[in-house]
Unconditional design. Structure first.
Length: 303
């Protein structure tokens, strides 16, 4: 299992220079990837070329870009341009549906038929990435386009899929799924079997399962779990994440966070690997500089 860093908590500072330093440290420490969410007013794909020279060798991935605000032709062009600038560097275009309250209340858009939306999105996005051509009339998206691409190297595409239908679409059409707030029991019994079965039916290779969770090495596990549950409380309320927590048999988000002593955190990460996780993207979490330092040291020891 590859160990990567999820830098999304850094977005609260809205500072590209700080992100560059964070990516450089992750690359220097030997992590496999550096993942960044699309939230707020920092564009994740634009960040990667800006920090690439400072972070040699590391894979870049979006975790994730919401699909509703961006037409797939526009996102394809942006992703291909980013890949062209990165050259031979590995880029994962992670996308997701987001959530009905976000799309309808914040953006004023309809969240009707999200699976139809996802299918149509991929039917446009994937062929443009592959050869610059799309000829598709869909219910949610239509595209008739043929254009020269800035690079022949198409980025890998992955989807933040949690529900059964989304997992089947993802397994049949993309390289895997990117998870957040999903524990090992749910990965083993729900995510992995549905995703791999769909990939096999479509004669695709074994899909990647990128699991991202808050991680903290601490001597006060109960207090840190309580803090995590409060900070990440929204994920206990949004329906798709609530369903995953229920599958895991827990009440609060902090209960799936990877928290404890060095030995306990190591064991919890091993459980995720055993469940089927191919890539673990740690979102470092803590209440003190000491907890952050211990967490980074432990993660480095697992490389």
């Amino acid at each position: 299992m590859r160990i990567a860093i999820n830098a999304s908590a850094e977005l609260m500072h809205a500072d590209v220079g700080r992100l560059k330093e964070h990516a450089a440290a992750a690359a220097e420490d030997g992590f496999s990837g550096w993942w960044l969410a699309q939230t707020g007013l920092i564009d994740a794909l634009t960040v990667f070329p800006a920090v690439a020279d400072a972070a040699p060798g590391i894979e870049f991935g979006t975790a994730v870009i919401p699909t509703f605000p961006r037409h797939p032709t526009m996102l394809a062009g942006q992703a291909l341009t980013t890949q062209a600038v990165l050259g031979d560097r590995s880029l994962v275009l992670g996308i997701g549906l987001s959530h009905k309250p976000v799309i309808e209340e914040y953006l004023g858009m309809s969240f009707d038929k999200p699976i139809r939306h996802l299918i149509d999105y991929l039917e446009v996005l994937m062929p443009i990435l592959a050869d610059g051509h799309a000829d598709y009339d869909g219910e949610a998206f239509t595209a008739h386009i043929e254009s020269a691409r800035p690079t022949d190297r198409a980025p890998s595409v992955m989807v933040a899929a949690l529900g059964e239908q989304a997992l089947r679409v993802t397994g049949r059409r993309t390289d895997g799924t990117i998870l957040w707030m999903v524990g090992p029991r749910t990965i083993e019994n729900h995510i992995r079997p549905r995703l791999t079965e769909a990939a096999a039916e479509a004669d695709r290779s074994e899909p990647r399962i990128v699991c991202s969770l808050p991680v903290c090495v601490t001597d006060e596990a109960e207090a840190v779990r309580d803090a995590a549950s409060q900070i990440f409380s929204i994920y206990g309320e949004l329906p798709s994440y609530r369903a995953m927590l229920d599958r895991e048999g827990v009440e609060h988000p902090g209960e799936v966070a990877v928290i404890g002593s060095e030995a306990e955190v190591t064991a919890q990460i091993a459980d995720l690997e055993q469940a089927g996780t191919t890539d673990f993207a740690a979102l470092e979490f803590g209440r003190s500089a000491d907890e952050f330092a211990r967490t980074r040291a432990l993660l480095k020891s697992l490389l």
